[in-house]
Design a protein around this ligand. Structure first.
Ligand SMILES: Cc1ncc(COP(=O)(O)O)c(C=O)c1O
Length: 408
């Protein structure tokens, strides 16, 4: 059998849950992570200058030399007691709500939590509602369990909760509703406090679970902090948080806080995925966090990302044609751009590559494959000194594609 024939045989054997529909997705974005000869507004990467290398080296050395074997041993599936206590105290301090013992687990990051929620809740054909656009990894996680994924539109105040209410009244019955209320990926907008309250009301009325993803919640630029869905509705919300954007993604750690029966079911689901999050990372995070270093790091990160966001918005104002609009984030990593209806940002991405600039076309962020005229720009990892030039290159690609000239 030739290599090609064998590859085809395997392709026939692949499970429905990963075959087709879920695609290359995140892998193709991650592949660009370390490319250096291109100005990349592509992946949602934290800037490596925020990674606390020296301190981590010291804490690791202390941990290993102390002779405390827990850092090198398997951890309980729900997480080690010390790191769990640290996370519970942190939530209490930041959110004013402390998860009880059975309401918290340590995940191996945000994506894992979405996969565990999917594994615990979704049978083939179940409906999951999401924001349109939404995080590609979430669409992949839900589809990976053969769910139907439908999007409710967003505007500058986040998910259009009225549109969700209409869909529910018309008979749509989601098991899960996934939302990123703060500095959303990819749209860069936040949900208004009124809509958060209305959303929790709908979850209670119709009996679905809110899956709240707070990946960027700690990265607000202006000190404004709306209540989380979990604090508004701890009876109907499971919150998934990650330390990828605030500590460093290599540690692969996050948390899940929610109703005890939901968390217990997700812990069951975790037993045969990775069994437990890495104990070494858990202990590292605990030691780092207990010294107040996480909050210090976040303060520096907020200043960095706020400055980069400002540089990008200024450059967009200067260079983009007037037929193009974009969101003006007050936190997080992303701005979302909307071009005229007939624009094709997939084609534009190829032209942009030739100009040595990268973005992510918007289409994969919509479960129905719409949004061909949209794109996502990440300002988190492009250096201060290249943002202006990157936007200038991007604007020239956009102007060429649209066949128009002139600034905003
Ligand atoms: C909204 C959102 N959730 C979750 C994640 C993934 O987090 P983790 O690295 O913890 O798996 C990301 C990363 O891009 C994200 O943007």
């Amino acid at each position: 059998m030739s290599v090609d024939q064998r590859a085809r045989t395997w392709a026939d054997a692949f499970a429905k849950r990963t075959k087709g529909g879920v695609g290359e997705g995140i892998a193709s974005i991650l592949a660009l992570a370390n490319v250096t000869d291109i100005i990349s507004f592509s992946g949602g990467f934290p800037d490596p200058s925020t990674f606390p290398g020296e301190v981590i080296a010291d804490i690791f050395a202390e941990l290993i030399r102390s002779g405390d074997a827990t850092a090198l041993q398997y951890s309980p599936t729900r997480g080690l007691p010390g790191p769990r206590a640290f996370m519970a105290e942190r939530l209490e301090r930041l959110e004013g709500l402390r998860p009880a013992e059975k309401e918290l687990m340590i995940s191996s990051g945000g994506i894992e939590a979405l996969a565990l929620a999917s594994k615990a809740f979704l049978d083939a054909g179940d409906l999951v509602m999401v924001e349109g656009p939404t995080y590609l990894g979430a669409i992949m996680a839900f589809r990976g369990f053969e769910a139907r994924v439908e999007a409710i539109p967003m505007d500058a105040d986040g998910l259009q909760v009225d549109a969700l209410a209409d869909a529910l009244a018309a008979g749509h019955r989601p098991k899960l509703l996934y939302s990123i209320p703060d500095y959303q990926n990819p749209a860069g907008v936040s949900m208004s406090p009124e809509r958060r309250i209305a959303l929790v009301d709908l979850a209670r009325r119709y009996g679905f679970l809110l899956v709240e993803d707070v990946a960027y919640r700690e990265l607000g630029f202006d000190g404004v902090r709306h209540p989380s869905l979990w604090t508004l509705g701890p009876d109907v919300t499971v919150q998934s948080g990650t330390f990828s954007k605030t500590f460093f993604p290599g540690v692969r750690l996050g948390w899940v806080a929610g109703p005890a029966p939901v968390v217990e079911e997700m812990i069951k689901a975790k037993q045969n995925t990775d069994q437990c999050a890495g104990a070494l990372g858990q202990r590292l995070l605990e030691e780092y966090g207990r010294r107040g270093l996480l909050e210090e790091q976040n303060e520096r990160a907020r200043a960095l990302y706020s400055r980069r966001c400002g540089l990008m918005l200024d450059a967009l104002d200067r260079h983009m044609p007037s037929s193009v609009t974009w969101t003006r984030p007050t936190g997080g990593f992303f701005s979302w751009m909307t071009l005229p209806q007939d624009a094709n940002t997939v084609d534009m991405a190829k032209a942009a590559r030739e100009q040595r600039v990268a973005f992510v076309p918007g289409q994969p962020f919509f479960p129905d494959g719409s949004g061909l005229n949209t794109l996502r720009l990440a300002f988190s990892k492009a250096g201060d000194d290249v943002i202006e030039e990157g936007v200038r290159r991007l604007a020239s690609v956009v102007v060429d594609a649209l066949g128009e000239g002139g600034g905003a």
